[in-house]
Write a protein that binds this ligand. Structure first.
Ligand code: FAD
Length: 208
């Protein structure tokens, strides 16, 4: 972790040395035998994120209490410049870190931040978003997925689509309707759901 008083220039020098010693150069990730290239990319992204985390360079602008470095944008820019020649877990930037974790920082409970934001920064978890639905995505006030309270849990029924990287994610921030009596743009809740649950059926969109 960066010393609190470290200047951007000192941080840059430290990052340069660490990157040269610890990160693979772009295009030199070792191939994993018998694993398809897409799965390999995701395993690599998680491993690279874990490396960044162990080196104290993950979540540069995220708060320290959730696994980040608590630094300003200038430090992130310096790190981006220094890390350009190296393999980086860029697939985790959006939506896992840049959207889901950032949203949880603003809106999540302390427990959620400790589990999901820290999990994403440390490379243990990948997050995605379940917002859009087959009946329309832009007009989120029209969403139909419902969550019904059942004791301590919710039972969720509905369909989501265009969920970027859902196939590779562990958890999704899922927008659901919890109050059908409220006006359309109210009565909505965000529930964090496991993506690969036996009760969830996923179809990949095939690229043509
Ligand atoms: C690269 C990419 C990644 C994405 N990743 C995700 C993701 O991870 N998770 C996720 O949930 N979604 C994701 N989406 C979906 C995206 O956020 C939009 O919700 C979705 O593309 C819009 O839905 P739709 O295509 O069904 O269009 P529609 O919602 O049917 O909209 C079609 C047109 O109608 C207009 N329109 C819609 N409603 C109204 C209204 N009430 N009044 C007037 N005009 C209206 C829209 O502006 C648009 O021009 C992604 C989209 C893209 C392009």
């Amino acid at each position: 972790m960066a010393p609190r008083s470290e200047s951007v220039e000192d941080f840059r020098q430290r990052a340069r040395t660490w990157l040269a010693n610890c990160m693979p150069k772009a295009g030199t990730m070792p191939k994993r035998e018998g694993i398809d290239p897409e799965e390999q990319n995701w395993l690599d992204a998680r491993d690279l994120q874990k490396l960044l985390f162990s080196g104290g360079f993950a979540g540069i602008c995220f708060p320290r209490e959730y696994g980040g470095q608590g630094l300003t944008r200038e430090y992130q820019v310096a790190f981006n410049e220094e890390s350009a020649p190296y393999e980086m877990p860029v697939a985790l930037n959006v939506p896992s870190l840049g959207i889901c974790s950032a949203m949880l920082l603003d809106m999540g409970t302390e427990e959620q931040k400790q589990k999901y934001v820290r999990g994403a920064i440390s490379g243990e978890l990948v997050l995605c978003q379940f917002l859009s639905e087959p009946s329309g995505g832009s007009d989120l006030a029209g969403l139909l997925t419902r969550a019904q309270r059942d004791g301590d849990t919710y039972i969720i029924n509905g369909q989501k689509c265009w969920s970027t990287y859902a196939f590779a994610a562990d958890f999704a921030t899922c927008l659901v309707r919890t109050d059908w009596d409220a006006p359309k743009h109210r009565g909505l809740s965000m529930i964090i759901v496991p993506v690969h649950d036996p009760a969830t059926h996923m179809n990949r969109v095939q690229m043509v």
